[in-house]
Design a protein around this ligand. Structure first.
Ligand code: SAM
Length: 240
């Protein structure tokens, strides 16, 4: 997968070259380009923002700079453009799965009050565009959102995780939150690992894990349970 990120703070994206993502780059599974938006400015101040039409606080990112940046970064390709914004549709595991099927993603990191809307509308005439929110809160810029989205997407690419089965058991893959996990020692500060997990009885372990996942989802994210189709619940689930 090719990923391009356009930002006024290229150093902010350095963690994309660390740990699992860094290994994905080394293995040739991820090809990453980070571009400084100011490259496409021509004034002494390298200005990327201007005051908003209609008044109000804050500044808006200029269309000329963004337009040229996207023209150059997307030249000769039809990538999917991702614009992080709190006003976007929610970024979920299902969206991460969808994006993992793409061969080229371009991310446009907003700052200040965001990017002039015409940049997004213009790009949408040439490529698929998603305005995505990583949660109902407001960050200072799009870079942290890009770190979150790229990490969630790249770990789904074949060959990135050591054990491909691990993301299939993660929270959200079956519509539920994952239950608790334990490792050695069996007893730590008088707290014992549940006996069933040490029993070697795989059916009982699977049932216990499913029950804990259902309980946790009910307590913390009842909205997920409500959204789960009845067909996804087995007979034992319905008794809970
Ligand atoms: N005026 C915008 C609004 O109220 O919708 C907020 C702009 S925010 C201060 C600046 C930038 O941070 C946005 O353009 C976007 O790139 C990023 N950002 C902030 N919160 C975000 C979120 N929840 N999800 C994704 N990106 C976010």
């Amino acid at each position: 997968m090719r990923v391009d990120v356009i930002t006024i703070f290229p150093d902010y994206l350095a963690p994309l070259r660390e740990a699992l993502l860094g290994k994905a780059i080394d293995k040739g599974l991820l090809d990453l380009g980070v571009h400084d938006l100011r490259k496409w400015t021509y004034d002494v101040h390298k200005a990327v923002d201007d005051s908003p039409f209609g008044g109000g606080p804050g500044m808006v990112m200029k269309p000329q700079v963004w337009g040229e940046a996207l023209d150059e970064v997307c030249a000769g390709a039809t990538p999917r453009l991702i614009v992080p914004t709190p006003a976007g549709r929610p970024f979920t595991q299902a969206v991460a799965q969808e994006l993992a099927g793409e061969s080229h993603l371009v991310f446009a990191c907003g700052r200040y009050e965001g990017i002039d809307q015409r940049v997004i509308d213009d790009a949408a005439t040439r490529m698929p565009v998603d305005e995505l929110s990583i949660g109902d809160y407001v960050l200072v810029g799009g870079e942290v959102a890009v770190l979150a989205i790229v990490e969630a997407v790249v770990r789904l690419l074949p060959g990135v995780l050591g054990n491909p089965a691990s993301h299939e058991q993660d929270s959200f893959s079956d519509g539920l939150l994952e239950g608790p996990s334990y490792t050695r020692p069996v007893v730590w500060r008088d707290r014992e690992v549940p006996e069933v997990l040490r029993s070697g009885n795989h059916a009982a372990i699977a049932r216990w894990r499913r029950d804990r996942a259902l309980e946790r989802t009910f307590e913390r994210r009842p909205d997920l349970l409500e959204a789960l189709p009845d067909a996804e619940l087995d007979k034992q689930d319905r008794k809970l």
